[in-house]
Design a protein around this ligand. Structure first.
Ligand code: ZN
Length: 182
């Protein structure tokens, strides 16, 4: 028991040295080809400069340097209102409040995401492979998805509050913006 996971772990580490950028297809839409065709999770140097101007430093660090906020540090962890969670950078809607639940981890947690909102990639920052996800529109890092979530999805999207904004139902969603916006 356990030999299989270590074998695949080492294959992942040793498999060509570019494992951190290997894309996997794990979209919510199930539509196949188009899934993940958008953001790559890596912003260009020009857009990094532009996002840095638009975002508070702690949000920029999470979104574009794959940072992680301390657990229990962000008010959105406790947000229980009805509404939509959008990307703090480009305002792409990512999660509905009906997908949120209290995982007890100290980070905003969701058991599902809005269709076609997220892109995925494997990362090995903690040696054990994890699935990183990012906003498909701007590539901004949001969090990691695990398989210990509640049924029926069994997924746990562990998100940084700093990478989200909450828009209560009934309020207009903020207009989408890109790194070139003034
Ligand atoms: Zn975004």
């Amino acid at each position: 028991m356990g030999a299989g996971i270590w074998k695949s772990l080492w294959q992942g580490i040793l498999g060509g040295g570019t494992a951190t950028t290997r894309s996997i297809v794990e979209g919510e839409s199930g539509s196949g080809g188009a899934c993940g065709a958008g953001g790559t999770g890596a912003a260009s140097a020009e857009s990094r400069v532009a996002w840095k101007r638009l975002l508070p430093p702690d949000s920029f660090r999470v979104l574009f340097d794959e940072g992680t906020e301390p657990p229990h540090s962000h008010p959105l962890n406790r947000e229980k209102g009805d509404g939509t969670f959008v990307c703090a950078a480009c305002h792409q809607p990512l999660f509905d409040s009906r997908q949120k639940y209290d995982s007890g981890t100290g980070w905003p947690s969701f058991h599902g995401a809005l269709p076609d909102a997220l892109g995925f990639k494997r990362d090995y920052l903690l040696v054990v492979p994890r699935t990183e996800y990012h906003c498909v529109a701007c590539g901004g890092h949001q969090g990691h998805v695990f398989t210990d979530g509640p049924p029926p999805s069994g997924k746990r999207y562990c998100n940084n509050g700093l990478a989200l904004k909450f828009i209560p139902r009934g309020e207009a969603l903020p207009s989408r913006r890109d790194a070139g916006a003034h």
